[in-house]
Design a protein around this ligand. Sequence first.
Ligand code: NAD
Ligand code: GLY
Length: 360
Amino acid sequence: MRELQVGLKEASYPILIGEGLLQEPSRWADYAGSLAVVVTQPSVEQAYARPIAECLGDVCRGVYVFPDGETHKTLDDLEGLYRYLLEQRLGRDVTLIAVGGGVVGDMTGFAAATYMRGVRFVQAPTTLLAQVDASVGGKTGVNHTLGKNMSGAFWQPQAVLIDPLTLSTLPERELRAGLAEVIKYGLLGDADFFAWLEENLDAVLALDPDAVAQAIETSCACKARIVEADERESSGQRALLNLGHTFAHAIETEQGYAQWHHGEAVACGMVMAADLSVRMKWLTAEQSERARRLIERAELPVNLPEDLTVARLCEHMQHDKKNIGGRQRFVLMRAIGQAELTDQVEPELLQATLRLAGAR
Ligand code: NAD
Ligand code: GLY
């Protein structure tokens, strides 16, 4: 068992990483309180959510299943969960337990932040992406047709319980999408981890237990450190976790959240961030190429999907949550392992990066 701590004074919580962890009733007794509802998605309901409900015994008042996918990360879909909780007359003593990928985690967290002005919740992530990123740090929310994650709240879980064995049922495309966020940590703040990934990418993809646990632990530790320093993304440090995301969110919004997976868009976004960093004379072409090569080796996209235009992407980027006072802000790289936030990007450089990636 590996254990990390997210240190946020009275909102501190543990991240536990261990095979078989989700099936330990004693574990749930520590975090589920006296009354719980398991919230999940169809792909993991039978394999993981129902067994957790069994572990919870009488504490569990039901299993709520969201429809699958990013297109269902909406206020309308959230309404179904509020209704379910209200119809069961559950009060402020309920704990919501999110079992699934980042979509379920973000939506359950937002429900927990807002149901009766706030109830407890626990994250039990079952995708690599959610295990290394979405379940940690308390960002919760839903999408809007006009922008990604546009309604939400900061609301920290009681605990994050990660069972790497859940990855054995994850489709390979989802595993690769999760790797994008793992690579992100190397690029933004840990050159040694990036080099470790260059060596161990194949072992992680083959689900070698030690390599997977190491990748999850290092990623979570990196995220925990940043969240501890800047929980509400007010000092700029947490914004570094958005490396590649300005581009990614524009792609996802333009596609109506229905084509590329989040991690795929992030992968392509990081390649574009590296290219823009070279154009800004921050990053060497050689380091940019190293970033691109690792992303390519993970079989993640390095060019934009067809039919996207510079004008539409730029329009979406103008709504990015990082922008301040109408000025666009980007996370770029000074070196592998050293990201920085800037509002000094000239439109011509941005347009050149978008064109090189395939935008018309
Ligand atoms: P997802 O939740 O849509 O899950 C991907 C797919 O995998 C789904 O079809 C799901 O049903 C399936 N699945 C999940 N676990 C499985 C398993 N063990 N076996 C088989 N199938 C399984 O997508 P995701 O990539 O996990 O998360 C993406 C979301 O996370 C995005 O909405 C993104 O915005 C959000 N996110 C949030 C944060 C944050 O800090 N809150 C950070 C990163 C990403
Ligand atoms: N995934 C970005 C953040 O948690 O801040």
